[in-house]
Design a protein around this ligand. Structure first.
Ligand code: RM4
Ligand code: MN
Ligand code: MN
Length: 431
């Protein structure tokens, strides 16, 4: 069966799943009621969740060993927006796009804005790229960008970030997200203190050019492409820089940018406590910056991260407003499917975190009852909230089973036929 992904065709595909969903939802409602939880409240929270899709995520990624293009990859940013529209139509929680520049720089921002709006989407964040050279660029970033030893390279990198802001303004974005590849591959290559000072000085210039209402998100990363040291290597350095810069500079946590086994949920809690949690790049990893689908390797960690977020939201912690964004790369999956899966897993963790009995947990903590404290978290984590997620999507006009509806739609083969050659700008870069 092949059909367009309109609201009507999604509803049509849902029809066969409604009876089972109602049954599962009612059963879960009764279970939750016994535990003192209101399923309607959870469903409303699921419907309210939002996460931005990365423009660079809808094409196939690649590794330094190669890239295997998939059928029907978007050839330009307009087609990328179309694919993002499909993800949102099915999930109803991804009405935002985070744009990478220059990979996805629109020649006509107003036209791109209109294309996005027609699909119920907004372009909310722009990401700069000074980690690779572009054709015709005056100075190379081989040895760094914002923290380069040469002031001319730094000036060029600052200028690029300010251009990104300009493009973002034309699109109605409200945040600039900056990740740099600056660092050293060998001991002694870089002076640690001086390179950080240069980075900060460049960021001060970018910060000074931020329009009203904009936020500057700075993203740390342990290593890669510099494998010995990176300039913005960890959350502590990120926090320091954000504090030096000012109120509108905040730290961005990419889940794949830490050493294996790092307690990321605690980093999240620290940044919340210090008023500097700006947002996330969600993905999952086994070893490094693997950029796998959220929740695919460490679902409990994802839950624990959301446990901190929901705890802050419910308190509520003043000023707490992190941006949720996906940042992943796909080598063996259809990017649309992977992004649907990630968005769904984030909502799952978000809803499960609402199931934590926080009063009971506080009491167990007061009594130092470690067994019961963990049990309080686990009780929420092991609850299958799938019917809540499906009901929220259905009520918002999305798909009860997004992957099944997507596959049934034949979207991928249709765009494969329409988009003769694969690969838009930047499609070969690992996100
Ligand atoms: C980096 C980082 C950035 C992303 C690039 C492509 O590792 O995660 O957010 O823009 O990859
Ligand atoms: Mn990232
Ligand atoms: Mn990354």
């Amino acid at each position: 069966m092949t059909f367009e992904l309109t609201d009507a065709t999604i509803a049509e595909d849902n029809r066969f799943r409604l009876a089972a969903l109602d049954e599962d939802y009612d059963a879960l409602a009764r279970t939750l009621m016994r535990r003192g939880a209101d399923i309607e409240w959870l469903t409303a929270r699921a419907a309210a969740f939002r996460v931005a899709v990365p423009s660079w995520g809808v094409g196939a990624g690649g590794t330094r060993f190669g890239r295997f293009p998939g059928p029907g990859e978007p050839r330009n940013v307009f087609e990328k927006v179309d694919d993002c529209g499909v993800i949102h139509a099915l999930t109803r929680v991804t009405p935002e796009i985070s744009l990478h520049i220059p990979w996805d720089r629109p020649d006509d921002p107003a036209a791109l804005g209109r294309r996005a709006a027609a699909r119920g989407l907004a372009l909310t964040t722009v990401n700069s790229n000074t980690f690779e050279d572009q054709p015709g660029q005056a100075h190379s970033y081989k040895f760094g960008s914002l923290a380069h030893t040469d002031p001319a390279v730094r000036a060029q990198a600052v200028e690029h970030n300010l251009e990104c802001v300009e493009v973002g303004q034309a699109l109605g974005a409200r945040a600039l997200s900056v990740w740099i590849g600056d660092g050293g591959n060998f001991p002694g290559q870089q002076h640690f203190r001086k390179s950080l000072e240069r980075y900060l000085e460049s960021l001060r210039q970018i910060y000074a050019g931020l329009p009203d209402g904009w936020r500057l998100l700075i993203e740390h990363k342990l290593c890669e492409p510099a494998f010995y040291s990176t300039v913005l290597n960890d959350w502590g350095t990120s926090y320091y820089c954000a504090r030096e810069l000012g109120d509108r500079a905040l730290s961005l946590v990419d889940l794949g940018h830490h050493a294996p086994n790092t307690n990321i949920e605690m980093i999240v809690a620290r940044l919340i406590q210090f008023g500097k949690l700006g947002g996330f790049h969600f993905n999952d990893s086994k070893y490094g910056d693997d950029d796998l689908d959220a929740g695919s390797i460490k679902p409990f960690q994802l839950f624990l991260v959301f446990n901190e977020l929901v705890d802050a939201e419910l308190e509520p912690v003043p000023g707490f407003d992190p941006s949720h964004m996906l940042d992943q790369s796909h080598n063996v999956t259809d990017p649309i499917e992977s992004l649907i899966v990630s968005a769904t897993e984030l909502v799952r963790a978000y809803v499960q975190a609402h199931l934590v009995d926080r009063a009971a947990l506080a009491e167990y903590q007061r009594r130092n009852d470690a067994v019961m404290a963990l049990a309080a978290l686990k009780a929420a984590f092991v609850t299958d909230v799938s019917p809540v997620l499906a009901m929220a999507r259905r009520r918002e006009g999305g798909a009860v089973d997004p992957i099944a509806t997507y596959r049934a739609s034949g979207y991928r083969s249709r765009v494969a036929a329409a988009r003769s050659q694969g690969g838009g700008r930047g499609a070969g870069i690992v996100g």
